[in-house]
Design a protein around this ligand. Sequence first.
Ligand SMILES: [Zn+2]
Length: 138
Amino acid sequence: MQRFFEKLRYGLSGFMAGRYGVDALTLPLVIVSCACTLVSSFGNMGFLRLAGTIILIYALFRMFSRNFDKRRKELYAYSNLSQKMKKKIALYQKIHAERHIKKYFKCPNCKAWLSVPKGKGKLKINCTKCHHEFIRKS
Ligand SMILES: [Zn+2]
């Protein structure tokens, strides 16, 4: 039995030589695929099942691909997107945690987030990034 697994491991490593393999994007793709398939099993959602299957095939395609440059570009785009999402989630968590003491506004000019103390009436807010001034009730 152990000899069988050794042979399998040797054969698999030979097959995967020169192929891209698993990276940080593979697991999220597989999880989304499983979630689509699982949700589609509750009702008559053929489209979701198809989407789950396509995503899984894409994950497998990426694993067995020999085009390292394209796979790295995809991984780079994914990591950029996930970093942006993490920053946004952290910002919304901060806004939620400080909701009793601070009020947050988005600068109408440059869209930067600015915080002012809460309950101070109307304030003239000066953007620290673009120095645009606007009035808001805190
Ligand atoms: Zn601004």
